[in-house]
Ligand binder design. Structure first.
Ligand SMILES: Cc1cc2nc3c(=O)[nH]c(=O)nc-3n(C[C@H](O)[C@H](O)[C@H](O)COP(=O)(O)OP(=O)(O)OC[C@H]3O[C@@H](n4cnc5c(N)ncnc54)[C@H](O)[C@@H]3O)c2cc1C
Length: 446
């Protein structure tokens, strides 16, 4: 586990962290949750609100994992799957239930954020997915129709409107989803923790769960702060690999993602490419993303093919790409660079894994996890309070480890390499960047 706190924009700008109690001796509860990210905390919140005795154990601090490091794009959609593929894979009824769950994710995130009083740290601006080629535009238009048939309010905007709302001339239109938006993820995950604690959940930080053993018809969790007995266990550790988290990690592929934030930009500059403040994630394989935070800092991200010395190198590369794609006259000053690990399932769908009787693991990520994991927590709360596993809207799967996982870990880099080639072939070329000054890290002289 990495030791130092990451240099995220969120840590630098969010207020003081809430304080939680330590375990004072061995504990016995109805439901133990492992992992203090969106998934575990959303489950804890819903269980506590239903009066269930619940204890959440977090190895470091709330939001230490992907939930406190992500880019804060609230995207109530899949990264790869589309409605037809979901219904084909899960069957019409089960597929529809998952699609309905995904579709409600954006509204639910912003509802929780409003309840927590997050103010400008959570803006339901909508989300844009611009198409980088005519063929992809056609596919996305089909997707808009498919979602609309299911009652979603997504719509298609043409190339001129896309250019007006992104400042970029290369796109052939965009899917617009008004239920998406932007959030400060650390503020959100801490708000979930405070709400769960207020509802009666016990939250313990610095308590790594090293082992989960079956004991007396329930489970015994060995933690760095003592043992916990629980009738049911929810493992919500995403792609983390330490201690008990390895039980879930072997079922997913970890994906390293780099994020950057610039210094705040003048409103007259950001108005040109983000007049409505919508987050943008395009359709290229080497996906181009950007959003603003409440103070008009630009936030973007990317993946490295070779992770050696990647944090600084990637930061510079991402900020140069921002300047080039958005046609900025000056490269913005790079203020924060950080990295996080997302979890990818082999079919790019969220999954609940059966790890034992009353012992479930869950992964909702695949890169679009804020809305999905918030909903997944509710589903886990249902599962822990007696809803039959077959009736859940998320597929419940055998916990079969990914074959040749060490090799599979290299798959994202290989896909990125191939994707760069595909992007180069299919993207409409545009004029070279006007930016000429070299980007600098905060505190450095260029
Ligand atoms: C860099 C990055 C950018 C992203 N950007 C976006 C985005 O813009 N929009 C979006 O929708 N999604 C995004 N995602 C995905 C999203 O962040 C995740 O889907 C989501 O945060 C996963 O939440 P989680 O609760 O399942 O896991 P996590 O937030 O990773 O939480 C797991 C927790 O488990 C704890 N833990 C691990 N092992 C143990 C143990 N043995 N005992 C106790 N605790 C343990 C960890 O410390 C961690 O806090 C991004 C992901 C990354 C990495």
């Amino acid at each position: 586990m990495e030791q130092g706190a990451p240099d995220t924009l969120w840590r630098a700008t969010v207020g003081p962290k809430p304080v939680f109690h330590r375990l004072d001796g061995p504990a016995e509860v109805e439901v133990a949750i492992v992992g203090g990210g969106f998934t575990g905390l959303s489950a804890a919140l819903h269980l506590a609100r239903r009066g269930v005795e619940v204890l959440l154990l977090e190895a470091r601090e709330i939001g230490w994992g992907a939930s406190g490091r992500n880019a804060g794009f609230v995207v109530p959609n899949f990264s790869k799957a589309d409605p037809a593929a979901v219904m084909e894979k899960l069957g019409r009824e089960n597929g529809k239930r998952l699609l309905d769950l995904v579709g409600r994710g954006g509204d639910r995130v912003f509802e929780i954020a409003r309840e927590a009083g997050l103010g400008r740290q959570a803006e339901q601006t909508g989300w844009l997915q611009p198409a980088h080629s005519p063929a992809v535009a056609k596919t996305l238009q089909g997707l808009v129709e498919a979602w609309r048939t299911l009652g979603r309010s997504v719509h298609w905007i043409d190339a001129a409107e896309t250019a007006r709302r992104t400042g970029m001339e290369i796109y052939h239109g965009a899917l617009a989803d008004p239920s998406g938006g932007i959030i400060n993820p650390l503020a959100y995950v801490r708000a979930l923790a405070s709400a769960a604690a207020e509802a009666g959940a016990q939250i313990v930080e610095d308590a790594a769960v090293t082992k989960v053993n079956s004991a007396g018809g329930g489970w015994l969790l060995e933690t760095t702060q003592g043992n916990v007995r629980a009738a049911k266990v929810l493992l919500c550790t995403n792609a983390e690999e330490e201690g008990a988290a390895s039980l879930l990690a072997r079922l997913v592929i970890p994906l390293n993602v780099y994020q950057i934030a610039t210094e705040p930009l003048p409103r007259q500059v950001t108005e040109r490419f983000s007049p409505l403040r919508e987050p943008v994630s395009d359709t290229r394989s080497n996906i181009f993303t950007f959003r603003l935070d409440a103070d008009n800092r630009l936030i973007s991200g990317g993946m490295a093919i070779l992770p050696i010395g990647a944090e600084r190198r990637m930061g510079l590369r991402i900020v140069r790409r921002l300047a080039s794609e958005l046609n900025l006259t000056e490269v913005p000053c790079l203020a924060h660079v950080w990295r996080g690990t997302a979890a990818v399932t082999t079919d790019f769908l969220p999954h609940i894994f059966q790890l034992g009787p009353g012992f479930l693991g869950a992964v909702g990520c695949n890169g679009r996890g804020i809305a999905m994991t918030t909903m997944l927590g509710e589903v886990l709360a249902d599962a822990a309070t007696g809803v039959a596993l077959e009736a859940l809207p998320v597929p419940v799967t055998e916990a079969a480890p990914i074959a040749f996982r060490p090799l599979a870990r290299a798959a994202p880099s290989a896909f990125l390499l191939r994707g760069l080639w595909d992007d180069w072939r299919t993207t409409t070329r545009r004029t070279a960047a006007k930016a000429e000054n070299a980007p600098t890290l905060k505190g450095e002289v260029s």
